[in-house]
Design a protein around this ligand. Sequence first.
Ligand code: NAX
Length: 326
Amino acid sequence: MKQPIHIAVTGAAGQISYSLLFRLAAGDFLGKDQPIILHLLEISPALPALQGVVMELQDCASPILHGVIITDDPKIAFKDVDYAFLVGARPRSADMERKDLLQVNAAIFSVQGKALNEVANRTVKVLVVGNPANTNALIALSNAPDLKPENFSCMTRLDHNRALSQLAEKCDVLVTEVKNVIIWGNHSGTQYPDIQHAKVKDQGALSLVDHNWFENTFIPTVQQRGATVIKARGLSSAASAANAAVDHMRSWVVGTSEGEWVSMGIYSDGSYGIEPGLMYSYPVTISNGKVSIVQGLDINDFSRQKMQLTETELKEERSAIKHLLS
Ligand code: NAX
């Protein structure tokens, strides 16, 4: 019998977790023969609701779920964890400006970064989902000096999956026949969903769709997809976000296939002229848990301008919370 692996999930009583936890307990992340112990973090007022979610987890009688810890203390939640899904965040209320949202979440992620630094396994893989995801991840890693920036990532995989699916639909092919779309930059409306290097059945995507569709339909559809889902459902994306979180972490663990890449928000090393030290989404390949930015892609003026626009937003977010970066 394999030893159980410890996985932390924050915001565990929220709607993304209501899908994510059951996917983890079903073995969709680490496999159906890998026991897991879930460490669930919530704010104190949400602990009663979390008890209800835990009852439902128990009622699944999952053979791989060997334990559940619930707590409102990050140091208990992150103790010896191998993986951390940081989903919990404060949503924006009606009276809140974007900069207030940045501040309240920055405070949450600095506390969580410090706790990870103190008690998590040194090889912990951290995925930040809670928004503003890129900047929250930057705050968490800045508050975890004993961990490496490579321990941290943020999620643009939902945007990546949305891009794959939109392009597949347009070309009337299966989603498995589309590869190498890219999400550059921030998980926000300024992100740049790029198909200039994408392949559809091994043909260049831009030889199959016209530039006008790419620029005026595809890009805004992917950028605005979250808002469109909220409009239709009355709630933000949850099951698809949980699915993307599983995809992201699974790629990190099992790696990417030969000739294929995925999008991941990671600590910029300056590749493609992006300022080092921002959490920026890049195309990456992964092997043995090591994430490498895909190098050498030709970037034309159209792309360059869009990559810089989203970089500028990330710089602005960073300067709004710079007092919390150590
Ligand atoms: P919910 O509001 O349903 O759940 C969030 C949960 O986090 C709540 O139960 C809340 O009590 C908890 N929480 C708040 N502060 C906490 C803290 N300090 N420690 C632990 N838990 C805390 O939101 P949900 O729909 O689950 O979305 C969660 C986050 O994901 C939001 O920030 C959302 O904007 C973000 N998203 C990010 C996406 C991405 O692609 N990166 C896509 C989906 C989603 O919009």
